[in-house]
Design a protein around this ligand. Structure first.
Ligand code: AR6
Length: 174
């Protein structure tokens, strides 16, 4: 079956999918933006699992990803990934952002996840230019999907008009 890519305007915490992706930071201890919204809606279980992960394997490096349950969320799992902080674009930011998407998708495949939703990683507090981030997100996810049968549906969830318009203009999403 061909994977469907969907564009959604709204709050990722409301989605009934197998996994939502969190734009976390390396501490995995929560924060603002989508990270704050996910921990608030998902409850303390998610933070407890993040804590166990940090005890076991340390902080989550930029571009890597880890997985927890979804706590009280409608989603079964949360995949926490750390996007790069934008520092002008000459500090490996594009590769690190690509890694964040790829490592999230790899974890999804390993955990038999069929439906997954991504926020616009790094485009809030971390300041990644939205047009450049959207291009990387769409290209990376599309390339990955062409090489796996496991994932049936990917949602790109935009929380602001500018991101929504950019994804719509990418032409890759029906
Ligand atoms: N649903 C979907 N998208 C959202 C939501 C939501 N409920 N809330 C915000 N966004 P950001 P980053 C969008 O700042 O740039 C945190 O403090 C938002 O509009 O959440 O990767 C972490 O702990 C933006 O487009 O993540 C880190 O310290 C996108 O999510 C740091 O921020 C990402 O914005 C990570 O920064």
């Amino acid at each position: 079956m061909k994977t469907q890519i969907k564009l959604i305007f709204g709050d990722i915490t409301k989605l009934e999918v197998d996994a939502i992706v969190n734009a976390a930071n390396s501490s995995l201890m929560g924060g603002g933006g989508v990270d704050g919204a996910i921990h608030k809606a998902g409850g303390p279980q998610i933070l407890a699992e993040c804590r166990e992960i940090v005890v076991r394997q340390g902080r989550c490096a930029t571009g890597n990803a880890v997985i927890t349950s979804g706590g009280n969320l409608p989603a079964k799992f949360v995949i926490h990934t750390v996007g790069p902080i934008w520092r002008g674009g000459y500090n490996n930011e594009p590769q690190l952002l690509q890694n964040a998407y790829i490592n999230s998708l790899k974890l999804a495949v390993e955990n038999r996840i069929e439906t997954i939703a991504f926020p616009n990683i790094s485009t809030g507090v971390y300041g990644y230019p939205k047009d450049k981030a959207a291009e990387i997100a769409v290209k990376t996810v599309t390339d990955f999907l062409s090489r796996t049968e496991q994932i049936q549906q990917v949602h790109f969830v935009c929380f602001d008009q500018e991101n929504f318009d950019l994804y719509q203009q990418s032409g890759l999403i029906q």
